[in-house]
Write a protein that binds this ligand. Sequence first.
Ligand code: ACO
Length: 260
Amino acid sequence: MRFEVGGEIATITMDRPGKRNAQTFATWSALARIGRTLPEHVRVVVIRGEGPSFSAGIDLRMFSPEGLPGQGSFASAAALDGETFLARITEAQQGFLWLRRPDIVSIAVVQGHAIGAGFQLALSCDLRILADDAKFCMKEPALGLVPDLTGTKPLVEIVGVAKAVEICLTARNVGAEEALRLGLADRVVPRAQLDEAVGELAAALLTTDRDAAAATKRLLLGAPERTLEEQCAAERAEQAVRLQALFGKAGAEGNGSAHS
Ligand code: ACO
């Protein structure tokens, strides 16, 4: 997995195209580490996969008795005591959870297949830009598993429970045009225009005020869990902080010194 920072934009690239960017525990640890050590000035995080597919999901060697070198197999995971097993999944989920942080906006750039863990990685991002050949598939139930890499909540929030049930319990492919219609894609472009589209979106996201953007994302993320009254109170509280920062004594001094 490659990690590059250019200005306020960080790019994470899954780089096992020969294996369709199949994911392992090492992938999720690497993602979590990037989240923990992300330079403070980064505002946009782009996740992409090299080659024909965004990601073919979990490395299928996990299903074999030998498993993944140094990382075990599903059979060895099943032999762990309950608590250790749950801790292992919690650790894997850390690779996905940080992508929702309010101080950044995460964008998944999806071409070809995004299957299982690949679909969930795309779902853990704030925004998804798709090539016209993109296909999402929640394959886990077809393999006897459940999706457990933080993807079920955003899926339900975006498409609703009924459509999420249909998509997951048939494990079918959802193509780019349908994804756009369902709100799973923010934009669909021809594959050759993917880089340009991501660049445009990232640049547009950088035009807003950094702290106001973070505060607004906090508000938006919290909205589904709050009543209207609670949300209004949250808006007031965030705005009070913004006004102090912009026009209060400390903010005014800060602005003054910036111009002197
Ligand atoms: N794990 C390990 N290796 C994989 C995986 C995977 N998930 N997916 C593809 N590969 C490997 C193939 O074994 C093949 O390797 P080889 O060249 O050494 O034989 C290589 O990647 C290319 O795979 P193809 O199938 O030839 O590529 P194609 O582009 O035709 O198809 C597709 C891509 C559709 C993604 C197909 O590979 C596929 O269905 N993969 C399995 C998807 C899957 O079931 N994932 C698990 C989901 S559940 C979860 O994530 C929890």
